[in-house]
Write a protein that binds this ligand. Structure first.
Ligand SMILES: [Zn+2]
Length: 215
């Protein structure tokens, strides 16, 4: 039996009974606090990083935590964003990139992706971030350029999010907030962007709100 299938049996016999009330409650509906957009990378565990329970985050994942700008073409991200924002009315959207991201490494070197035509085309949605880094990071080390790209890509996808009509409308109403994060796989650090695109640790970025809500 594959490990993940054995895990289902353990979930049903050991974990589920302890949370039976939660799952019964959730069977009636969902009201997640946020739409969490992150990379498909297997090393990211959204519930663990955010310490959230089932029902608290509506999660969309793809290679490179990318949000294609809105067009008339219907894609999986477009439909999921529309549903989360217009139907579930999530109050927050988080775009979360991460260190060691294979997609972002590929975006910096698209020529190396000739055998992966769909990945190559998909990473075209990160082109503006790559161009910024190639210009502003000319004199920096590869590691510094990658750090810059992870942040610029998150900021770019937040710009793309604003082109989705449901997002634009909720932002205009003032009841939706966008967040740009980068998660460090090796250290557990999560950096969050402020309104001008400067990234600081989550504990600092949200310090005033943590205090207010006594989290
Ligand atoms: Zn990734």
């Amino acid at each position: 039996m594959p490990k993940f299938a054995a895990g289902v049996v353990r979930f049903q016999t050991q974990v589920f009974p302890e949370k039976r009330a939660l799952f019964e409650h959730l069977s009636a509906g969902q009201a997640p606090e946020g739409l969490f957009i992150t990379c498909s990378d297997s090393r990211i565990e959204t519930a663990m990083i955010t310490q959230t329970e089932p029902g608290e985050l509506f999660v969309c994942r793809n290679a490179g935590n990318i949000v294609p700008p809105h067009t008339q073409f219907t894609g999986g991200m477009t439909a999921s964003i529309e549903f989360a924002v217009a139907a579930l009315k999530v109050p927050h959207i988080i775009v979360c990139g991460h260190t060691e991201c294979g997609a972002m490494k590929g975006a910096m070197n698209l020529e190396g992706l000739d055998g992966l035509p769909h990945v190559k085309e998909w990473l075209g949605y990160s082109k503006a971030a790559v161009d910024i880094v190639k210009e502003l990071g000319k004199d920096k080390s590869d590691a510094e350029r990658m750090k810059m790209l992870l942040q610029q890509n998150v900021l770019l996808q937040l710009v793309h999010l604003r082109t989705h009509p449901t997002v634009a409308m909720r932002l205009a109403k003032g009841d939706l907030r966008l967040h740009g994060w980068v998660y460090d796989i090796k250290t557990g650090e999560v950096l969050a962007s402020d309104d001008v695109g400067t990234f600081t640790p989550v504990s600092e970025r949200y310090a005033a709100e943590f205090k207010k809500h006594s989290y």
